[in-house]
Design a protein around this ligand. Structure first.
Ligand code: KG4
Ligand code: ZN
Length: 331
């Protein structure tokens, strides 16, 4: 009998449901909440309400596309955290009641581990041990992945995450939320003509707040001299900021590879959708003779497919959750 898992992801602003059969994704649906654009960021209360509105239709649709009936499911996996508490609570409550109604087990999933395990949603899959640079809106980590459920964080951001840096610097330049994809698009039309500092952080940790401040002061100074400075140089500014973020990320990743001697190297999380990061990562990999892995776009940004994959391996290992489990904003 095949093992069918339903997964729910609701940690931030997107409501997602997926169905996995024996480790293969049958459906992976995402309901976006564009409403946050008008506020320039995610408003937690608005996000929770939108999750409430979306969760039932998204799950129904995911099951329909997969061609799986609720009574064919073996377990319900859900994101326990980290994320926005109010958003997580909607997914957790839904998963618990669904599991209870079907008499099937629950599997709690750590959102960041799921970003790493997104690499097992499709071929080619990395061999253990591998290094994974997880770059999202809330986190930046270099993870040593020893097995599906055995991971060690080697480095992390001491302040802003890489995605946050894209979003905050983009906002400073007047771009809509989330600015990451917009910066990516504009950067392709410009040149990295402005030089922003690379932080000197020891070890494998990251810092992005210095870059954010440097860009802010630079823009303020230049805009005083030329009021339309940002508009006139938007593409070059995006290109310059993006180039620096990518170099900060890849320098540390390279350092981690040298330090561990590992040559199976992966990137994941929303920022791994960035075209410049993908390209520079592939080039570096060729130069260093690494085997490189980048998830397909749909598995980079938040999605329930990756929660289903992580849930599947936890289910196989017998790591199930009890009905009294609660959401955890910080893990
Ligand atoms: O992993 P994710 O979907 O959600 C979190 O777990 O945070 O990542 C979202 C982040 C946002 O900061 C967004 O701006 C960034 O990923 N992002 C990008 C691109 N696509 C998404 N950043 C740069 N370039 C992109 N193409
Ligand atoms: Zn994420």
């Amino acid at each position: 009998m095949p093992i069918n898992i339903l997964a729910i992801e609701s940690s931030c602003d997107d409501t997602s449901a997926a169905v996995l059969q024996d480790g293969r994704v049958l459906s992976n649906l995402i309901a976006n909440q564009d409403i946050h654009q008008q506020y320039g960021g995610v408003v937690p209360e608005v996000a929770s309400r939108a999750h409430l509105a979306h969760i039932v239709p998204v799950v129904e649709q995911a099951l329909k596309i997969a061609g799986i009936a609720p009574d064919q499911l073996d377990a319900v996996a859900f994101t326990r955290g980290p994320g926005l508490l109010g958003s997580l609570i909607v997914g957790v409550a839904f998963a618990k009641s669904f599991a209870l109604s079907q008499g099937i087990p629950l599997v709690d999933v750590n959102h960041l581990e799921a970003h790493v395990l997104a690499h097992f949603a499709e071929d080619p899959k990395p061999d253990f041990p591998f290094l994974c640079l997880t770059v999202s809106g809330g986190h930046t980590q270099i993870v040593l992945v020893k097995d599906y459920l055995d991971m060690e964080i080697l480095g992390r951001s001491l302040d802003d995450a890489a995605g946050e840096a894209f979003d905050k610097i983009g906002k400073e330049m007047g771009l809509p939320y989330p600015a990451g994809p917009v910066v990516d698009r504009y950067a392709q039309l410009g040149e990295a003509r402005f030089s922003f500092p690379e932080p000197q952080i020891p070890g494998l940790d990251f810092s992005f707040s210095g870059l954010k401040t440097a860009v802010k002061y630079f823009l303020e100074r230049e805009s005083k001299k030329t009021p339309d400075f940002i508009q006139e140089h938007l593409h070059d500014l995006c290109s310059s900021v993006q180039e620096r973020i990518v170099s900060i990320l890849l320098n540390k990743l390279q350092q981690a590879a040298t330090q561990t001697g590992i040559t199976e190297i992966a990137i994941s999380g929303g920022v791994s959708a960035n075209s410049s990061l993908r390209k520079a990562f592939e080039e570096l990999g060729q130069q260093k003779q690494w085997s490189t892995y980048i998830p397909a776009f749909q598995y980079c940004t938040d999605n329930a497919g990756m929660i289903a994959v992580a849930g599947y391996y936890k289910y196989l290992a017998g790591e199930l959750a009890e009905q009294d489990i609660v959401a955890q904003a910080r893990i």
